[in-house]
Design a binder for this molecule. Structure first.
Ligand SMILES: C[S@@+](CC[C@H](N)C(=O)[O-])C[C@H]1O[C@@H](n2cnc3c(N)ncnc32)[C@H](O)[C@@H]1O
Length: 447
C-alpha cells in the first residue's frame, strides 16, 4: 500500500471511529444523567452534597480519561489510527515537526482531552439552559444530571480503553516488508532526531563493551540499517570498520553521510553523547567533528548482508556488533534463533559480540507501518548465546525505555560476550561438514 493510500485509510478509520464513539458516549452519558435526575433517588440531598458528588464524578472521569489516553496512544503508535480525530491530528502534526516522543504524547492527549472538555461545555449549556427555561428543572437537577453523565463517561472511557487493548491484542498482524515498505528517511526521522531513552542506554552499553574489543582489528556491524549512531563508539579502537546491511537503500544512506552530502542525516547529537559516555563532559564542536572524521576514515567497506544465509560474510571478525537486527527483522522465534546463529558464527574464537534487542516486542512502528519484532527477552538471548559465548555478571542487561506509545516497545535487552575459543572451533567443524550449497551472499559495497 502506498503511503498516500495508507494515510487516507487511517484517517477514514479514525473519522468513523470518532463519530461512532462520540454518538455512543453522548447517548450513554446523557441517558445516565437523565436517569439520575428522573429516578428521584437523590432529590432530597442538600446542594453541598450534590456539589461534592459532582467533584467526585469529575475525578472518576479524569481517571477514566487517563486510562483511555494510554490506550489511544498505543493505538496511534501501532496502527496510526485513533478513536478521536483531533488527537490523531495533533499527534501526526507533532510527529512531522519534532522527534520528541514526549511532545507527541502530550499533543495527542491535549487533542483528546480538548475535545472532551468542549463537549462538556455543551452538557453544561444543556443542563443549565433547561434549568433556566423550565420550572420543572432546578439547578440541583442540572448538577445531578452532570454528575450522572460524568460517572457514565468515566465508565465509558474505561470500557473503550479495554476494547482498544483487546483489539490490539487480537488483531491479525500484518507486518510491513523490508523489501517494499522500508524507507530509510522515515526510520531516521522517526527514531534518530534526538537521542531517545533506548539509545541513551544502548550507546552507554556499547562504549563500555568495546573496551573489551581487541584493538586495531576490523569491526563488523551487522544490520546497521541507515544509521551510524553506534559506529562512533568503535572509531578509536577499530583498525577499520565494515558496515553490513540487507538493504542497498540503507547503505546508500550511509554513503551519503560519508560523502558529506548536505541532505545526509545529522548524527552530531549521537556523537556528542558517545563522547560523553567516554568521559568527555562537554564535547566541543571540534571534538565532535574530529570523531566524525575519524569514523569516516575508518569505514572501509559497505557490505550487503543477509542473515538468512549460513555464511552472510565470507570471513570472521574479532568484533561483531549487531544491535536491533535479528530481533527486528522477523516475527518468528525460530527464524530469530537462526539469524542469531548465522550472525554470531561470524565472531572469531575469543572475539567480542555485542547485540541489543527490543524486549518482548512483537512489532515496532516506522511512519505508521509495523515492522516485525521477534518478541524475545533476556532469557531467550541467554539461551541462544550461552552455548558458544562466555557470559558473566552484567553480560546481559535489561533497560526500561517506556517507548511503547511512540515506537511499540517498553524495554530493551543489551548483551556483550566473548566467544569461547573451543566452541568456536567446534562451530567451524560443524560448518565444514555442513552443506556447501549455501553460497555466501557477499556483495562488496562501493568501496
Ligand atoms: C530496526 S533496523 C535496525 C538498524 C540499526 N541496527 C539500528 O539500530 O537502528 C533492522 C535492520 O535489519 C535489517 N534486516 C532486515 N532483514 C535482514 C536480513 N535478512 N539480514 C540482515 N539484515 C536484515 C534491515 O535492513 C534493517 O536495517
Amino acid at each position: 500500500m502506498t503511503g498516500w493510500v495508507a494515510g487516507l485509510r487511517t484517517w477514514t478509520i479514525s473519522l468513523a471511529a470518532t463519530v461512532a464513539s462520540s454518538y455512543a458516549l453522548d447517548a450513554w452519558a446523557a441517558t445516565a444523567g437523565v436517569a439520575v435526575v428522573a429516578s428521584g433517588l437523590l432529590a432530597g440531598v442538600d446542594r453541598p452534597w450534590v456539589v461534592a458528588l459532582l467533584v467526585v464524578s469529575y475525578v472518576a472521569w479524569g481517571f477514566g480519561l487517563r486510562t483511555n489516553l494510554r490506550a489511544n496512544l498505543t493505538l496511534l503508535a501501532t496502527t496510526g489510527t485513533s478513536t478521536n480525530v483531533l488527537s490523531k491530528a495533533a499527534y501526526d502534526l507533532t510527529r512531522r515537526t519534532t522527534g520528541n516522543a514526549r511532545v507527541q504524547r502530550l499533543a495527542a492527549a491535549v487533542g483528546y482531552v480538548g475535545s472532551q472538555v468542549a463537549a462538556e461545555g455543551v452538557y453544561y449549556a444543556g443542563a443549565f439552559g433547561a434549568a433556566t427555561l423550565s420550572d420543572a428543572v432546578t439547578g440541583t437537577d442540572a448538577l445531578l444530571f452532570l454528575a450522572g453523565a460524568n460517572l457514565a463517561a468515566a465508565l465509558y472511557e474505561y470500557g473503550l480503553a479495554r476494547l482498544t487493548a483487546t483489539f490490539l491484542r487480537r488483531r491479525p498482524r500484518r507486518y510491513a516488508s523490508f523489501d517494499t515498505d522500508w524507507v530509510p528517511a522515515e526510520y531516521l526521522a522517526g527514531y534518530y532526531r534526538a537521542v531517545e531513552p533506548d539509545e541513551v542506554a544502548t550507546i552507554a552499553f556499547l562504549v563500555e563493551a568495546v573496551r573489551g574489543a581487541e584493538p586495531d582489528q576490523p569491526v563488523l556491524f551487522f544490520g546497521v540499517g541507515p544509521t551510524l549512531h553506534h559506529v562512533f563508539a568503535v572509531a578509536e579502537v577499530a583498525s577499520e570498520i565494515h558496515l553490513g546491511d540487507f538493504l542497498p537503500a540503507n547503505l546508500a544512506e550511509i554513503r551519503r553521510w560519508i560523502d558529506r552530502d548536505p541532505g545526509a542525516h545529522d548524527w552530531r547529537p549521537f556523537v556528542r553523547y558517545t563522547l560523553q559516555c567516554e568521559g568527555v563532559d562537554h564535547p566541543t564542536d571540534e571534538e565532535i567533528a574530529a570523531r566524525e572524521d575519524l569514523t569516516r576514515t575508518k569505514i572501509t567497506e559497505l557490505i550487503r548482508v543477509d542473515a538468512r544465509h549460513r555464511r552472510p560474510v565470507d570471513r570472521r571478525y574479532p568484533t561483531v556488533i549487531s544491535p536491533y537486527c535479528a530481533d527486528s527483522a522477523t516475527s518468528d522465534r525460530a527464524t530469530w534463533e537462526l539469524y542469531m546463529r548465522h550472525i554470531t558464527d561470524l565472531v572469531e574464537p575469543g572475539g567480542l559480540f555485542v547485540t541489543a534487542a527490543l524486549r518482548r516486542c512483537r512489532g515496532y512502528t516506522v511512519a505508521g507501518k509495523t515492522f516485525p519484532g521477534a518478541d524475545v527477552d533476556e532469557h531467550d538471548l541467554r539461551a541462544v548465546i550461552e552455548s558458544a559465548f562466555e557470559l558473566v555478571d552484567g553480560s546481559i542487561r535489561v533497560r526500561s525505555t517506556a517507548q511503547d506509545a511512540s515506537h511499540g516497545y517498553s524495554a530493551i535487552v543489551l548483551c556483550q560476550a566473548h566467544r569461547r575459543p573451543n566452541q568456536a572451533r567446534a562451530s567451524a567443524r560443524r560448518e565444514k561438514s555442513a552443506t556447501t550449497a549455501a553460497q555466501p551472499l557477499h556483495h562488496r559495497g562501493e568501496r
